[in-house]
Design a protein. Structure first.
Length: 322
């Protein structure tokens, strides 16, 4: 029984993660442990949440370059309101999430109703959000609020003495909700249809406008949530947080097997794409003699490989149709 071509990228991603983790386990003492595996989630929770939102955008045939700046803006707004204005976290966190959702909605509406390329609109959004960070403050705002410090320090015990952070649990719940949304809701089916062919989706009577706007709303919401989680992680707000983060996010989605042209991909693949980036960072950390820039080099090589794989599979799909 042959494997369906649409599953090949995600299978390759999962196998690559297994191979890399196994190789690290054989090479480094202490690598093969449940805590090292859990740390992949603890250290990359904010990336995972952002990548979930980006997955829906790319599946719809779009792109969102504003995610890193929205994360930074979320940390700055959170830090400013909590630390400097004395607002309670119970008010600040929902406000930050609403801000991210509205920011994404506005970009999505501009993209659809003015027929402007997502690259241009979200690039403008990236500069706008980053600039707003410096309107709030050009310096780091440190947070010592008891709720935020509790979120940063809380550990959820697991068997074998390992643990997960609150941020990692939030990321796992987001992934689970995203998988359900993508495969078991009308919105998820509309996203795949839109990414496959917007013209066909229109002819089928699908709500293209609403779907296109909502994917950017979701991306903005996920970015803001990632900003909240990142604030727990860093306990600060800073305008230079998450610089270049949009590229890491896109890399995770592509390595996870989602086609940049849209219509094909899985949130589960994005999950493993994030874990692969985490494994690369962990291996370099265990090695001790390599610069952190090797992470970018390896991820760049993997991107080339997966883009070529996507190209080959797309070409074969077109050949079969003909």
């Amino acid at each position: 029984m042959s494997l369906n071509r649409k599953y090949i990228p995600i299978v390759v991603t999962i196998l690559l993660f297994i191979v890399m983790f196994t190789a690290g386990s054989f090479r480094y003492t202490g690598f093969f442990s449940l805590q090292v595996l859990m740390n992949l989630l603890v250290d990359n929770a904010f990336l995972l949440i952002t990548a979930v939102g980006m997955s829906f955008v790319i599946l719809s045939g779009g792109i969102d370059l504003s995610v890193g700046s929205v994360i930074a803006l979320s940390t700055m707004v959170s830090a400013s309101l909590v630390q400097q204005q004395g607002w309670p976290p119970a008010v600040v966190i929902p406000l930050v999430l609403l801000m991210g959702a509205v920011f994404g909605t506005v970009m999505g509406a501009i993209i659809h109703y003015f027929s402007i390329q997502p690259f241009i609109v979200t690039l403008a959004g990236m500069f706008l959000a980053r600039g707003l960070c410096y309107v709030i403050s050009i310096d780091t705002i440190t947070i010592d609020n008891t709720f935020y410090t509790a979120m940063a320090q809380t550990r959820i015990p697991l068997p074998g003495g390992s643990f997960l952070s609150i941020s990692a649990v939030i990321a796992i719940l987001v992934v689970a909700a995203a998988i359900f949304t993508a495969h078991y809701t009308r919105f998820g089916r509309n996203v795949y249809a839109l990414g496959g062919s917007e013209q066909s989706a229109l002819l089928m009577g699908l709500p293209v406008a609403r779907t296109k706007v909502l994917v950017y709303t979701l991306s903005g919401l996920c970015s803001a949530l990632a900003g909240v989680v990142f604030t727990f992680y860093m306990l600060s707000g800073y305008g230079l947080h998450a610089v270049g983060f949009e590229l890491d996010t896109i890399a995770a989605v592509v390595i996870g097997g989602t086609l940049l042209t849209g219509g094909v991909g899985y949130v589960l693949g994005t999950f493993f794409g994030v874990l692969i980036q985490g494994v690369i960072q962990t291996i370099i950390s265990f090695e001790g003699t390599l610069s952190s820039w090797w992470t970018k080099i390896v991820i760049g090589l993997l991107l080339f490989i997966f883009i070529l794989l996507q190209r080959v599979l797309s070409s074969r799909r077109l050949t079969l149709k003909e």
